[in-house]
Structures are given as C-alpha cells and as structure tokens.
Design a protein around this ligand. Structure first.
Ligand code: SF4
Length: 210
C-alpha cells in the first residue's frame, strides 16, 4: 500500500528543511559521474571516491579509459568490491562513449540503459546530477531502506519502489530525494541501528522498533 501524498509531502518538506541543497558530488563531469556511479555499486562512498580519484588521475576521458589496458584499470580500482567485473564494464562503457557518442555521455534514459552495467539507478543519477533531467528517482540502498521504514512504499524491488515513489513524490523532488535520503541514512537512519529518538521524522515514520 502506498502512503498518501499529503504525508509524503510533509516528509519531503522536513527532509528539505534539514538537508537543504542536498547534492552529493561524486565526480567533476558527466563521464566521470557515470563511471563513478558504476564503480559505486555495492561499495562504500569513501572507497568509491578514492578509487575513482585514482582512476581519473590516469584516465580522465573516455578515450584514455577506452585505450587503457584492463590490467591497469583493475590495478587502479582494486580496492573496491567486484573490481574485475567493474573494470571490464567501465572500459566497455568508455569505448562505446568514445566511438558511438563521440566522447559525450548520452542524455537519455534509453541510451544510458544500453551501456554495460547501467541500470535505472545509475541512469537516473547521471541524468539528474549530470544533466538536470528528472526522468525518475534513483533508488540506492539508503533510499530503498528508508522509504520502506517511513512507509512511503513497501515494494520488494528498487524498480517497483521507483514506480511507487514517482506516484507520490512531486517531480521537483525527484533529483534531490535520493541525496536527502542518503544524508539521512548516513546521519540518523542507519541500516543497523536507526537513531529514531533523534529523528525529525519519527512522528511520520511507520518503522516499528522491536
Ligand atoms: S524514525 Fe527511525 S526508522 Fe524512521 S526515518 Fe527516523 S531513524 Fe529511520
């Protein structure tokens, strides 16, 4: 069952008040944003940022990354999870962007989803943060967990949660929503032990503590 829109709006107002201008920066440009987001899958932010910085010091452009050897890419990102798979993916992405899109990241959901390892979460982040296009809502681990706890959606998968949330969250929040929940997840609504006593959303939240 979906939470009603009025309650969702109150939650959004409070999130915006506590996390004004939420904008988590992962990278300096659209290409690096895309690659850093692919690297971030199942990896802590700190590790992602560190690996991405190391990678972009040597391979800052699609052309350079496409021409790098797989071994060198692996060695630059080897501190993050699934680094071998990710190395293959980012090299393939760089090659496609370099050859098919003349070095420019495409600005459409349809084209982004054709890139290896790019799902709706990554595509939404790239479109939202890179191009300012609100095509959908990026559902990362924080957004998924906290939306459930709040009762915004009880969907079982990120894909169905995104559809639920797009029905109750006004479009103007689609880009900032994920960042606000990431900040809330890091600060208060932690995965293991949410600090509900300190939470400004407690009165609106449906999470039942044991
Ligand atoms: S009340 Fe607790 S579970 Fe609900 S959003 Fe706040 S910290 Fe998370």
């Amino acid at each position: 069952m979906l939470m009603n829109r009025a309650k969702a709006l109150k939650i959004l107002e409070l999130l915006e008040k506590h996390y004004p201008n939420a904008n988590i920066r992962l990278a300096r440009n659209k290409f690096q944003l895309l690659i850093a987001t692919v690297l971030s899958a199942q990896t802590a932010d700190k590790q992602t940022i560190k690996a991405a910085k190391k990678l972009f010091r040597k391979y800052a452009t699609p052309k350079k990354l496409a021409e790098a050897s797989l071994k060198d890419i692996e060695s630059a990102i080897r501190e993050i999870g699934l680094y071998k798979i990710k190395a293959k993916r980012i090299k393939a992405i760089a090659k496609i962007i370099n050859e098919r899109y003349k070095g420019e990241v495409p600005a459409s959901m349809e084209e982004l989803l054709k890139l290896p390892g790019v799902g709706r979460k990554t595509a939404n982040i790239v479109l939202g943060k890179g191009f300012g296009i609100a095509e959908g809502i990026a559902i990362d681990t924080h957004a998924f967990r906290i939306s459930k706890r709040l009762g915004l959606s009880n969907a079982k998968t990120p894909a169905s949660m995104e559809k639920d949330l797009m029905r109750i969250i006004p479009k103007k929040y689609w880009i900032s929503f994920t960042d606000m929940l990431i900040m809330h997840g890091r600060n208060i609504c932690k995965a293991q032990s949410p600090r509900c006593n300190e939470c400004f959303l407690e009165n609106l939240c449906e999470w039942k503590k044991d």
